[in-house]
Design a binder for this molecule. Structure first.
Ligand SMILES: *[C@@H]1O[C@H](CO)[C@@H](O)[C@H](O)[C@H]1NC(C)=O
Ligand SMILES: *[C@@H]1O[C@H](CO)[C@@H](O)[C@H](O)[C@H]1NC(C)=O
Ligand SMILES: *[C@@H]1O[C@H](CO)[C@@H](O)[C@H](O)[C@H]1NC(C)=O
Length: 827
C-alpha cells in the first residue's frame, strides 16, 4: 500500500527503476516490462508501439488494445502515444502474496491484421509494509521465583513485503532482566522468545514494561512494535522483619497485670497472605516468660500477664517470632530484653546464724552470745541493711563481715536481777521508703553461785520456857538464796561452840533441810538463862557460799521454885522463929523481919508477905514487901505474952508458890528495945565468915561496877529516848544516891551452900526506900532498876548488851518483868 506521504520520492525511485527495466527488457525481451508496485495512475509502463514495431498511426488505426482477460484492470494503452500506462493501483502483495516474483501477463491485440502480442509486466516489490505483530500488547505473568534462563515465547511479527523488504530482525527495549532469543521453527521461521537474565524481585519491581520491535530489511526500513507487560507474581520470599533486632525496656517491679510492655512491629515485603504477620513467642521460650508475658498475635502488643519479682528474675530475654501466612511460612525474629527495676518491696530479714546460747552471769565483757545475719532480697540501697538493738541492753551488736553480726555481752550481767533478756533486733534497709524487720532473741542467763544464803535476820531472839519437853522445836531459822538450782539449795548447820563448857550440839540440833532447831534438853532457867547458837546456812553451789546468824536463846522463867525462907531459919520442917519483945514497945515496933528468897525471877520471885494467922491479928502486922513484922499498936496488959504468927510468903507467879514461916513472939516485961537486931544477926559469926567476907567484898565491887555500867547504859538510853519523847527523867536524888551506893546498903546472903546471889538493898530500912529509879517509860510500872546476880556463868556485859539490843527503845516491857529483881527496894 502506498503512502501518500513521501510520494514524490517514491515516484522518483519507481521511475528510475522503470527506465532501467525498460531499457533492459527492451533489449532482452521486447515484450516484458517491469514496474514497481503502487505506481501512480497514468504512470507509463512502456512504449508498446515502439517495442512492437508499430508506427503511431498504426496504433490508432489498428486499434491497439489490451485483451480483456488479464491485466485490463490495472493497465490501459494510451492510443495516442502507444504507451502502456498504469490504470489502477497495483499492490504486489494483493496480487502475488508472498511469492517471490510477481508477473502479470498481458495480451496486446492489434487489428488489421489482427495480431496478438504477449507481454509481461513484472510487478516488483517496494517496501510498503511494516512488520506487524498479531497483538499490539502482550501481558505476561511471571512468578518471581522463576529461574534465570527460562524462556517465554512471544508472537512473531509479519511483514507482507518480500525479499529484502520482508521482516528482517527484532529488537527488545533495553532492560536488565530479559534478553531476546529466537527459536527456529520447523518451517525455518524464527520465533522470538524472552529469556530471563536476572532473578526477578517483585518487591523491587513488580511490573516490567518491554517493547519488542520487528524490523524489515527495506530501505528505509520499516518496523512494528509490540508492548510486553510483565507482571511479576509474588512469591513468599520475604520474611517479616522487625525494626530492630533487639529491644530493651525496663519495667518497675511492682507493675501490675495488664501493664503495657512493648508493641512490636515486623514488616513483610511480600504481598497478601505472604505479607500478613502474626506474632508469637519463640519456640524455646521458658515457662517463666510464658507465665509472665503475653503477646497479641495480631497487633504485636506485649502485656504483663503475671507478677514481676526482681528477686526471682532481674531480667527477661524474650524471643519473639513474627510469621507470615504464606506458603511456606517465613519467620522473622527479634529479642526483647525486659529489665526489672527493683522496688523496695522486701523487708529486711534477720536470721540467726547460731541460736543464742545461755550466758553465764559472770561472762566477761565481749562474750559472743549469738551470730546473726541480716538479709534483704532487694538490691542496691533497697537491700542495704543496718541492724540495731531496739533499746539499751547489756549487749551490743558487732558487725563482722558483710551483713553478719555478733551479739556480744557489753555490761555485767546479773541473773538475780534479770534472768532472761528478750533482745529485740531491728533491721532497716536504705530504700525509700525504708522497710524494717525485727526479731526477738531470747537470751537466758545461767546462774553462777554469786549470792550467799541470807538469813531472814542476822540474829534471832528465842524465848523458851524452862522445863520444856526435850525434842520440841525451839525455833526455825530460814535463809534464802537469790541464786537458783543447787546454788540456792540451802543446808543448815550449827557451828560448834560451848555453852557452860558443853558443846552446843548437846543442847540443840538443827534440821539441815529446813532450819528447824530442836532442843535436846529441858532447860532450867535457874541454871541457864541465855545461850547462843551460831547457825550457818550454806548453799550447795560449786563454790558454796555461806552466812552465819546467831540465835540467842533466852530461857523463860517458870514459877517452879517456891519461896525459900532464909530467916528465920530452922533445921526443922517449916521455919520457926522465937522472938522476944518488950511489952513496952510502941506501935510500929519492929519485931522481926522474915526474909525469903525465890530462885525464880521476876514475878515468880516477887515475894510478898502476908500474915496468914495470928494469935492476935490486931497486934501485929507484916509488911507485904519487906516481911518486917511490926506492932500495930501498943501492947496491952491483957495481951497474951506468947504470940504466934503464921506468915505466908508467896511469890507473884502464876500459879503462885508459897511457903510459910512461923514466928513466935514472947512479950516480956522490962526488956529494952533492941536496935537493929538484924545487924547483929548478920554480923553474927558463922563458920564460913572469912570466905564469905571475901566473896562479899568481891561481889560488892562487881555490883558497884555493874551498877555504874548499867546506869550509864540506861542513861544513854534515857538521853536517846528523851530526845524523841522527852519523857525520860532521872531524879537528882536518885543519882546522888547512886553515887554513894554503899551508904545504906544492906546485903542479904543466901547462906545455903555456895553463894548464889547477892541482894543489894539501898536506903533506910525504916523509911521509904530509895530506888535507882529511872523513868524508862512513864507507863511502865516495872520501871524499877534491877540487876542480875553475878553468880551466873553468863558474862554480864554480854547479857546486858543483848538486853540493850533486844529491848525496844522506849518501853521496858518484857525484860523488865523477867529480869530477876535482885535489887529492889520496894515502892
Ligand atoms: C510502684 O512503686 C513506685 C515507687 O515506689 C510508686 O510510685 C508506684 O505508685 C508503684 N506502682 C504501683 C502500681 O504500685
Ligand atoms: C522441818 O522438817 C521437820 C521434819 O520434816 C518438820 O517437823 C518441821 O515442821 C519442819 N519445819 C518447818 C519450819 O517447816
Ligand atoms: C561463820 O562462822 C564460822 C565459824 O565462826 C566462820 O569460820 C565463818 O567465816 C563465818 N562465816 C561468815 C560468812 O561470817
Amino acid at each position: 500500500m502506498t503512502k501518500r506521504k513521501g510520494n514524490r520520492g517514491w515516484r522518483w525511485l519507481a521511475l528510475w527503476w522503470h527506465h532501467f527495466s525498460l531499457f533492459w527488457s527492451t533489449i532482452d525481451a521486447q515484450s516484458r516490462y517491469s514496474i514497481p508496485e503502487e505506481l501512480k495512475q497514468g504512470s507509463v509502463v512502456g512504449n508498446l508501439a515502439r517495442d512492437l514495431g508499430l508506427g503511431l498511426s498504426d496504433i490508432f488505426d489498428r486499434k491497439m488494445r489490451l485483451a480483456s482477460d488479464a491485466g485490463e484492470q490495472y493497465f490501459s494503452v494510451d492510443v495516442g502515444k502507444g504507451e502502456l500506462i498504469v490504470k489502477d493501483r497495483i499492490d504486489r502483495e494483493a496480487l502475488c502474496g508472498q511469492s517471490a516474483s510477481c508477473v502479470l501477463p498481458l495480451q496486446i491485440v492489434v487489428e488489421n491484421p489482427l495480431q496478438s502480442h504477449r507481454i509481461e509486466v513484472e510487478i516488483t516489490d517496494i517496501n510498503d509494509n511494516s512488520p506487524s505483530f498479531p497483538t499490539q500488547e502482550i501481558n505476561l505473568k511471571i512468578p518471581e521465583s522463576v529461574l534465570v534462563g527460562k524462556r517465554f515465547p512471544l508472537e512473531s511479527a509479519e511483514d507482507s513485503d518480500v525479499g529484502s523488504n520482508s521482516l528482517k530482525s527484532y529488537s527488545l527495549s533495553k532492560n536488565d532482566y530479559f534478553s531476546l532469543k529466537f527459536k527456529q521453527t520447523k518451517n525455518g521461521q524464527a520465533v522470538p522468545e524472552l529469556m530471563l537474565e536476572k532473578p526477578l524481585d517483585r518487591e523491587k519491581n513488580a511490573l516490567h514494561g518491554l517493547l519488542l520491535s520487528a524490523l524489515d530489511g527495506g530501505n528505509p526500513a520499516r518496523s512494528g512494535t509490540c508492548k510486553i507487560s510483565i507482571t511479576v507474581l509474588d512469591n513468599n520470599d520475604n520474611f517479616p522483619v522487625f525494626s530492630e533486632n533487639e529491644y530493651k525496656i525496663s519495667l518497675k517491679e511492682n507493675s501490675t497485670k495488664g501493664t503495657f510492655v512493648i508493641k512490636l512491629t515486623a514488616t513483610d515485603a511480600d504481598d497478601g497472605l505472604n505479607g500478613e504477620v502474626t506474632y508469637l513467642f519463640g519456640s524455646r521460650t521458658p515457662e517463666s516468660v510464658l507465665s509472665t508475658f503475653e503477646i497479641n498475635d495480631e497487633s504485636g502488643e506485649m502485656l504483663l500477664k503475671g507478677p514481676l519479682d526482681y528477686e526471682i528474675s532481674k531480667s527477661y530475654l524474650i524471643d519473639i517470632t513474627a510469621k507470615d501466612k504464606g506458603t511456606p511460612e517465613m519467620e522473622g525474629h527479634c529479642r526483647v530484653q525486659v529489665d526489672i527495676e527493683d522496688i523496695n518491696d522486701n523487708a529486711p530479714e534477720i536470721l540467726l546464724t547460731s541460736k543464742p546460747s545461755p550466758v553465764r552471769e559472770d561472762a566477761p565483757r565481749g562474750t559472743v552470745v549469738a551470730l546473726i545475719s541480716a538479709r534483704d532480697s532487694d538490691s542496691g540501697d533497697n537491700g542495704k541493711v543496718v541492724l540495731h538493738l531496739s533499746k539499751t541492753f547489756p549487749f551490743i551488736l558487732k558487725p563482722s563481715f558483710s551483713n553478719n553480726y555478733e551479739l556480744l555481752t557489753n555490761d555485767p550481767l546479773d541473773r538475780e536481777k534479770i534472768s532472761q533478756f528478750d533482745i529485740e533486733l531491728k533491721a532497716f534497709d536504705s530504700g525509700n521508703p525504708r522497710l524494717s524487720g525485727s526479731t526477738i532473741i531470747a537470751v537466758s542467763i545461767t546462774d553462777v553461785n554469786d549470792n550467799p544464803p541470807v538469813f531472814t535476820q542476822s540474829f534471832y531472839n528465842v524465848y523458851l520456857k524452862e522445863n520444856g519437853v526435850p525434842g520440841s522445836i525451839l525455833y526455825s531459822v530460814s535463809a534464802s538464796d537469790l541464786d537458783s538450782g543447787e546454788n540456792a539449795k540451802i543446808s543448815y548447820s550449827i557451828l560448834d561452840s560451848k555453852v557452860q563448857d558443853v558443846s552446843v550440839s548437846s543442847y540443840v540440833y538443827i534440821n539441815s533441810d529446813n532450819g528447824s532447831i530442836y532442843s535436846m534438853h529441858s532447860f532450867d532457867y535457874e541454871k541457864l538463862k541465855v545461850f547462843q547458837i551460831q547457825v550457818q546456812a550454806k548453799d550447795q553451789g560449786a563454790h558454796s557460799l555461806s552466812s552465819n546468824a546467831t540465835v540467842h536463846v533466852f530461857i523463860l522463867d517458870q514459877n517452879d521454885n517456891t519461896p525459900a525462907v532464909i530467916y528465920p531459919t530452922s533445921a526443922a520442917l517449916g521455919s520457926l522463929s522465937h522472938q522476944r519483945m518488950p511489952r513496952s514497945a510502941k506501935a510500929g515496933h519492929l519485931v522481926t523481919k522474915v526474909t525469903a528468897v525465890d530462885a525464880d525471877s521476876g514475878h515468880n520471885a516477887w515475894i510478898s508477905y502476908r500474915l496468914a494467922e495470928a494469935t492476935d491479928a490486931s497486934l501485929f502486922t507484916v509488911n507485904q514487901y519487906t516481911g518486917e513484922v511490926r506492932t500495930k499498936r501498943a501492947v496491952y496488959e491483957q495481951d497474951d505474952s506468947s504470940q504466934r504468927l503464921l506468915i505466908e510468903i508467896k511469890d507473884d507467879g502464876q500459879p503462885g508458890q508459897s511457903a510459910t514461916a512461923t514466928v513466935s513472939i514472947l512479950l516480956e516485961d522490962g526488956l529494952h528495945e533492941p536496935i537493929l537486931d538484924l545487924r547483929h544477926k548478920m554480923s553474927e559469926p558463922s563458920k564460913k565468915t572469912g570466905r564469905i567476907t571475901l566473896y562479899l567484898i568481891l561481889s560488892l565491887a562487881s555490883v558497884s561496877v555493874l551498877s555504874l555500867v548499867t546506869f550509864l547504859i540506861l542513861a544513854v538510853k534515857c538521853i536517846r529516848g528523851s530526845r524523841s519523847s522527852g519523857s525520860c527523867c532521872m531524879r537528882r536524888s536518885d543519882c546522888d544516891d547512886y553515887k554513894n551506893p554503899n551508904r545504906n546498903l544492906q546485903i542479904q546472903l543466901n547462906t545455903d551452900g555456895p553463894i548464889k546471889y547477892v541482894e543489894v538493898l539501898g536506903g533506910d530500912m525504916m523509911s521509904q526506900s530509895q530506888s535507882f529509879r529511872s523513868c524508862m517509860s512513864p507507863m511502865s510500872e516495872y520501871s524499877d532498876f534491877t540487876l542480875i546476880k553475878p553468880s551466873s556463868t553468863t558474862d554480864f556485859k554480854e547479857v546486858i548488851s543483848v538486853l540493850d539490843a533486844s529491848l525496844p527503845d522506849s518501853t521496858w516491857t518484857f525484860e523488865s518483868q523477867q529480869v530477876n529483881l535482885l535489887l529492889h527496894t520496894g515502892l
